[in-house]
Design a protein around this ligand. Structure first.
Ligand code: IMP
Ligand code: MG
Length: 183
């Protein structure tokens, strides 16, 4: 990982590219088994989930349609603002669909709690959550997450789609940022 300059902004690497690939494969395998009889729509949350979603999709060996939503609750800080704003809504119909929401990380749960209700109100038949990373300590709103790549303690991480102030999304690993980067 020495070829990435930004490695110096990290205190520690939590998951390497290889570890993430293993997590993604095993999630994809479970999803493939569980959704074989369903009408699957994979719904990614922009922008953080795109890297994970792109890899996960290729481990889901089933017919499916894709869609995206973009919401904002963070601004440029590291704490959820508690209010969710829709920046981009779904463009396909979710009526009768079994929607699998793909997230990079669940922290307070505020974002997903809102989106699950939003999709149910739009007529989704079922809504299931998949996140690569989960921070269970920080939950403020209850969310039922069926597929979790890994639980981590309360630390601010970046890489593999996840950002701080829009940076680090392109890094292939996930690491804990040094506090001096965001304070
Ligand atoms: P929640 O509504 O607090 O659960 O926030 C979920 C969203 O916040 C995720 O989709 C991420 O975009 C962002 N987020 C939460 N924790 C982190 C982190 O440690 N690093 C980068 N983004 C994070
Ligand atoms: Mg996000």
């Amino acid at each position: 990982m020495g070829e990435y300059n930004e490695i110096n902004d990290f205190k520690e690497v939590l998951f390497t590219r290889e570890q993430i690939a293993d997590m993604t494969k095993s999630l994809g395998k479970k999803i493939t088994q569980d959704f074989s009889e369903k009408d699957l729509m994979v719904m990614g949350l922009l922008k953080g989930s795109i890297v994970f979603m792109a890899d996960l999709l290729r481990e889901i060996k089933l017919p499916c349609v894709l869609d995206f939503m973009a919401v904002s609750s963070y601004g440029n800080g590291t704490e959820s603002q508690g209010r969710v704003q829709i920046l981009k809504d779904i463009s396909e119909s979710v009526l009768g669909k079994d929607v699998l929401i793909v997230e990079d990380i669940i922290d307070s749960g505020v974002t997903l709690n809102f989106i699950v209700n939003h999709l149910k109100n739009k007529g989704a038949k079922s809504v299931t959550l998949c996140t690569l990373i989960n921070k269970p300590e920080r939950r403020k709103k209850e969310v039922d997450v069926k597929y979790i790549g890994a639980d981590i303690p309360n630390e601010f991480i970046a890489g593999y789609g996840m950002d701080y102030a829009e940076r680090y999304r392109n890094l292939p690993f996930i690491g804990v940022l040094k506090e001096e980067i965001y304070s």
